[in-house]
Ligand binder design. Structure first.
Ligand SMILES: [Fe+2]
Length: 231
């Protein structure tokens, strides 16, 4: 939940918080919970979050999905993974082409207000789906754990959540001074200009008091990133 006196916009402020009402569809949420529930931890990675990814190309307002499911960040961007190429589960085609997911992706693209359309330029898409599994015994650590930049702008959207205690997103300036903190509910998301801010999410921990007879929970999020192809 965030209360703002002035609405932040991606264009003016480099950060925008938004709601995707389409994600409240109960049959979609049940489908998404099954997809996220089958994700496994990345191979060749220190961080053990369950994660699936899929790359695609957006051209002429149409997405073509590829079979690529790995990527590498420079060690300066993620010290923990130290420049390794990480391989994740390949997100199922039924998920990435679901009409609700398609709508969310296309609106994420519109929100970024690139100065060229996909009719004149191709854009590479990276769609990630992450499940944070928490229990009475274990928290779920974000990757990387400290304030950082990702080298590309991205939208983070919460899909489902159960028994996670206040998983706060924090935004900092480039000198690590804190600026904003907010906790997104399912169907809420934020979009950040990566070269203007650092960001992190706090470790996800089990909320023990909500359902006394339960001992685990989860939080499912997607990350959508676009990059123009070529020079
Ligand atoms: Fe990040």
């Amino acid at each position: 939940m965030i209360t703002m006196i002035k609405k932040l916009t991606f264009e003016d402020d480099g950060i925008e918080i938004f709601k995707e009402a389409s994600l409240q569809d109960t049959s979609f949420l049940a489908f998404a919970a099954r997809v996220f529930g089958e994700l496994s931890p990345a191979k060749n990675a220190v961080n053990k979050l369950s994660r699936g990814i899929r790359w695609g190309v957006l051209a002429n307002s149409k997405i073509t999905w590829l079979d690529r499911n790995s990527y590498r960040l420079d060690a300066s961007l993620n010290k923990q993974e130290a420049g390794r190429t990480r391989e994740f589960d390949l997100l199922p085609i039924e998920f990435v082409t679901h009409p609700i997911v398609q709508g969310v992706i296309m609106r994420a693209f519109e929100r970024m207000r690139f100065d060229v359309s996909s009719e004149t330029r191709a854009f590479e898409i990276q769609l990630s789906a992450i499940r944070y599994n928490v229990s009475n015994a274990n928290s779920a650590e974000p990757s990387p754990p400290e304030p950082h930049q990702d080298s590309v702008d991205g939208s983070v959207i919460v899909i489902n959540e159960h028994n996670v205690f206040r998983p706060e997103n924090r935004i900092y300036d480039l000198d690590n001074q804190p600026l904003f903190a907010f906790t997104l509910k399912p169907s809420e998301g934020f979009l950040l200009k990566d070269d203007r801010y650092k960001h992190q999410v706090v470790p996800h921990v089990f909320q023990a008091d909500r359902w006394p007879d339960e001992d685990k929970g989860f939080r499912d999020i997607i990350i959508i990133r676009f990059q123009p192809v070529g020079r």
